[in-house]
Design a binder for this molecule. Structure first.
Ligand SMILES: *Cc1c(COP(=O)(O)O)cnc(C)c1O
Length: 400
């Protein structure tokens, strides 16, 4: 069973029927080259040693597991534990895969790493990794997002990345993707496009998963060491799906452990304002791979919405689509309202301000704790901290 999961994807990048490389022949050649280089470089001792040292001394790994005692008592049921990815340098799990990709670019002799960013979280993590590794970094960002996300824009500039404002189209994430991709295609031999989640054409869903799987390897060993058994439920929020696959991977062979991915239900699954791709989507293609997507009757992609900007993606990582179909992972959805309640509760009961994204997984744990009962345990991947969301929440509560 374990082998079956660990050997995925197949050589063409498929997890069952999902994933692959649905791109032009020219781009497929470039992706095949990255895949080959990744397989070769990532297995060398030199690369692994360098990555492990940076995880430890730069990111601050291993991140601890925290028993949220007061939250558990408040809910009155299962004990809730948090995997503290919020304590990583830069405040979230994204640094795990950004470091891996920046290091890969260096080992491949690339001259520039580039990417798009929406809210700026991927941009800041990548700019940080590139500053550390010593490789030029170029981030494309829509002008509207630049105005909205001032602190992240400032951080990227301080970190020395070349920030390209995108003025075409709606001036948001989608236009930034197009702009960054055009630049990439000018010289794919020398540039590396760093993808921000377990999405895009092969080998990115595999590469990003491999870099994030450190989270589950640590968490499983830490949990066993302190509790002498495995958790009953492991849960994480799902945007593209990187933090979720990161904590799930090591637990996939453990059939006794329920794995639950949490999507944003936004204003409700019965309204158009959500981004619950796995709960409501249909099979389609997006950004070079096959996955569930939110689409209308004609197959056009629908606009997506979530209170957490890191979760509003109209597709989802191909491995999640496969894990849903075979029933190994369940996917549930949490509304904005439940997310906000979890955000404030965790802040006030434990002194931990979670990211709005991560608050979706906390909300799910709070929701099921009681019915699970007191001798059960839930492990939540707390993917990031909520400093970035503080102003938004202050406005929302009218306390600024
Ligand atoms: C970006 C982000 C996410 C969503 O991305 P995934 O690839 O689904 O993990 C979740 N949590 C935080 C804190 C993020 O910054």
């Amino acid at each position: 069973m374990a082998q079956k999961f660990l050997e995925m994807p197949d050589k063409d990048g498929y997890f069952g029927e999902y994933g692959g490389q649905i791109v032009s022949p020219e781009l497929k050649a470039v992706m095949d080259e990255i895949a080959a280089a990744y397989e070769e470089v990532s297995e060398t001792k030199e690369f692994q040693d360098e990555l492990q040292e940076l995880y430890a001394d730069f990111v601050g790994r291993p991140s601890p597991i925290f028993y949220a005692k007061r939250l558990s008592e408040k809910q009155g049921g299962a004990r809730i534990f948090l995997k503290r990815e919020d304590l990583n340098h830069t405040g979230a799990h994204k640094i795990n895969h950004c470091l891996g990709q920046a290091l890969l670019a260096k080992h491949m002799g690339k001259t520039k790493v580039l990417a798009e960013t929406g809210a700026g979280q991927h941009g800041v993590a990548l700019a940080t990794a590139c500053a550390l590794v010593g490789i030029p970094c170029e981030i494309h960002m829509g002008e509207i997002d630049i105005k909205k996300e001032h602190p992240n824009v400032t951080k990227m500039k301080i970190l020395g990345c070349n920030l390209i404002p995108v003025t075409r189209g709606g001036k948001t994430l989608k236009d930034a993707v197009d702009s960054a991709f055009e630049e990439y295609l000018k010289d794919p031999e020398n540039f590396l496009y760093a993808i921000g989640s377990v999405v895009g054409p092969h080998p990115f869903p595999k590469m990003v998963r491999d870099f994030q799987s450190i989270v589950g390897r640590e968490a499983r060993a830490q949990f066993l060491a302190r509790e002498n058994k495995l958790p009953d439920v492991v849960t994480a929020c799902v945007g593209g799906g990187s933090n979720a696959i990161g904590i799930f991977t090591e637990f996939l062979p453990d059939e006794s452990v329920r794995l639950v991915g949490i999507e944003p239900a936004g204003k409700g699954l019965d309204t158009p304002d959500n981004a619950a791709t796995l709960s409501l989507g249909k099979k389609g293609t997006l950004h070079g791979f096959k996955c569930y997507t939110l689409q209308d009757d004609k197959g056009e992609l629908l606009p997506v919405y979530s209170i957490a900007s890191g979760l509003d993606y109209p597709g989802v990582g191909p491995q999640h689509c496969y894990l849903k179909d075979i029933g190994r992972v369940e996917y549930e959805a949490i509304t904005d309202k439940e997310c906000l309640d979890a955000f404030l509760t965790l802040s006030r009961v434990e002194g931990i301000i979670p990211a709005l994204e991560s608050s979706h997984a906390v909300a799910y744990a709070m929701k099921i704790a009681k019915e699970l009962g007191p001798d059960r345990t839930i492990l939540v991947n707390l993917s990031g901290r909520g400093d970035k969301d503080a102003d938004f929440i202050a406005n929302y509560l009218g306390i600024n």
